[in-house]
Design a protein around this ligand. Structure first.
Ligand SMILES: C[S@@+](CC[C@H](N)C(=O)[O-])C[C@H]1O[C@@H](n2cnc3c(N)ncnc32)[C@H](O)[C@@H]1O
Length: 206
């Protein structure tokens, strides 16, 4: 089992080395568009999207080693050739290792809401972070977010609307109707059963 994991790390895992910017052509062995998922959790999104969109490369990042191991165990050498994972706590430094104007889409599905006011500073979505996302996205590139935390969802909408680089895709900044390309994760199913309704927020770089 551990031997299998080591083998999969060699194929799918990208080292988090900030000394140099990632070279996507080298990492994926092709020039296909790259979609980034921040906070991949149990990996359902990466596993399914990589099969339904074989002409797209998917980079999934999660800060927890446990999550990375879970994803690596599920990845199939044949079916998920277009997936790479990184273990990393993403922050504004994203612009140091992701090339400028390189990403077509960025997914942030259920980012941790850090509910208490004194913890809001830990939220991933901040003005400076949105500026960094704008740098790494291509023109017309999209950031796609979902949150079941109403206050954080409104925070996200407000912070994106404060930026001149982005325009909202959904009128008013969000929709309750799951977009066609949305994929329900384990986390979403669990929270829905507890009575939480997700907000979907898509923003396009102008
Ligand atoms: C609430 S879970 C959602 C997971 C998944 N997107 C889903 O919908 O099932 C949040 C995930 O994001 C990861 N995470 C939180 N902050 C992160 C950060 N700054 N950088 C990378 N991963 C992060 C956590 O380890 C966790 O796996």
């Amino acid at each position: 089992m551990e031997k299998d994991l080591k083998y999969k790390r060699g194929i799918f895992q990208v080292a988090s080395d900030f000394e140099k910017t990632l070279n996507f052509e080298e990492i994926f062995n092709n020039n296909n568009p790259v979609h980034l998922e921040i906070g991949s959790g149990r990996g359902e999104f990466l596993l399914e999207k990589s099969i339904s969109l074989p002409e797209v490369n998917f980079l999934g990042i999660d800060s927890k080693e446990k999550r990375i191991k879970t994803i690596l165990r599920k990845l199939d050498i044949e079916k998920n050739k277009n997936v790479r994972v990184m273990k990393l706590l993403v922050d504004d430094d994203i612009e140091k290792f992701i090339p400028e104007n390189s990403l077509e889409e960025i997914y942030i599905i259920y980012p941790d809401p850090w509910s208490k006011r004194k913890h809001h500073k830990n939220r991933l979505i901040q003005d400076r972070f949105i500026e960094a996302l704008s740098k790494v996205l291509k023109f017309n590139g999209k950031v796609k977010l979902a949150s079941d935390h109403k206050e954080y969802a409104m925070w996200i909408v407000r912070h994106f609307q404060n930026q001149t680089d982005f325009e909202t895709i959904f009128e008013g900044g969000f929709t309750y109707i799951p977009p066609r390309d949305h994929l329900r994760t384990y986390f979403e199913v669990k929270k829905s059963k507890e009575g939480y309704n997700p907000f979907f927020m898509y923003f396009k770089k102008k």
